[in-house]
Design a protein around this ligand. Structure first.
Ligand code: C2E
Ligand code: MG
Ligand code: MG
Ligand code: MG
Length: 281
């Protein structure tokens, strides 16, 4: 190999990096514009109680339809929003949307809202929650906040204080994507969550992987002993639903029931979910 070859490769690498940085910078500008121009939307995915097969609430999931790129996944733009300091504003907006939507549902249904760790730690977070509830007239017990292990692994004192303040409002706290993070269980002693959501990667392996069955069973058993509910995320088939039901999960969520839908389709979903006695107000 000659030196020239090596340099050529390096130059190519540099150009590729430039292109990536430029694309990222474009996406960043687009995201800021999208937020200002109100191009973001909130969709809602049903949470289904295992015992009754009835909808117990909905998870709010933010959506961005980019004029050229089409749907951009929140898994891509939420981390970007965190990096560029837009997450607190987007989060506050999602909270407001979700609370004012949920207040139109039957009164026993809750709305679950994802909170990223940067958002959780931001100064305005707690007041964003209280003002979203107040403006919508939604009782705190109808709101669930989904946080990830990243939140509880940092700043334990401040985090615990915020979690207790939220709990005092009646707000429920769920641990999202359980099993994918640092797998340190000590925080479960410090703060009892209301719900643990088992990450969809464990459900995707069902019913074939014995290891996943054992893990789901263990998480559901532990949750139950600690007085917490367990949601299985990403249930796509009848077999998976049966498997998580048998292992003791109390709630399910996934394409088997419904993907996330725009707000206007919710009443229809509730009406067709088998509980015709509960129709949206
Ligand atoms: P998450 O909170 O774990 O949400 C569940 C994700 O799984 C959603 O992806 C949902 O559409 C997807 N899902 C649900 N059922 C199934 C299924 O049966 N099969 C498969 N393959 N997927 C299923 P989505 O909407 O793309 O969101 C991805 C992640 O982005 C969320 O994961 C959450 O961490 C984050 N996110 C979404 N909306 C918000 C938001 O408003 N704020 C914040 N901070 N994060 C959000
Ligand atoms: Mg979630
Ligand atoms: Mg999750
Ligand atoms: Mg996830």
């Amino acid at each position: 190999r000659s030196k020239a070859d090596g340099r050529g490769t390096y130059r190519f690498f540099e150009e590729e990096m430039d292109a990536k940085m430029q694309a990222r910078r474009m996406l960043e500008l687009d995201l800021r514009a999208a937020f200002i121009n109100q191009e973001l939307e909130v969709h809602y995915q049903p949470l289904v109680a295992v015992e009754s097969s009835k909808i117990s609430g909905f998870e709010a999931l933010v959506r961005w339809q980019h004029p050229e790129r089409g749907w951009v996944s929140p898994s891509d733009f939420i981390p970007l929003a965190e990096e560029i300091g837009l997450i607190a504003q987007i989060g506050a907006w999602v909270l407001k949307q979700a609370c004012s939507e949920a207040v139109t549902w039957p009164s026993d249904m809750r709305v679950a809202v994802n909170v990223s760790s940067t958002e959780f730690k931001s100064q305005s977070f707690f007041s964003n929650v209280t003002s979203a509830l107040q403006m919508a007239g939604l009782p705190g017990h109808r709101l669930e906040l989904e946080i990830t292990e990243t939140v509880v692994l940092q700043d334990t004192e401040a985090t615990l204080a915020t979690l207790l303040q939220l709990r005092a409002l009646g707000v429920r706290i769920s641990m999202d994507d359980f099993g994918t993070g640092y797998s340190s269980l000590s925080y479960l002693r410090k703060f009892p969550f209301d719900k643990i959501k088992i990450d969809q990667s464990f459900i995707a392996d069902l019913p074939d992987r014995d290891g996943s069955v054992a893990i789901i069973k263990a998480i559901a058993g532990m949750s139950h002993s600690l007085g917490m509910n367990t949601t299985a995320e990403g249930v796509e088939t009848m077999e998976q639903f049966e498997a998580v039901r048998l292992q003791g999960c109390t709630e399910v969520q996934g394409f088997f029931f419904s993907p996330a839908v725009p707000a206007y389709k919710i009443a229809e979903l509730i009406a067709s979910s088998g509980d015709k006695d509960r129709v949206a107000a």
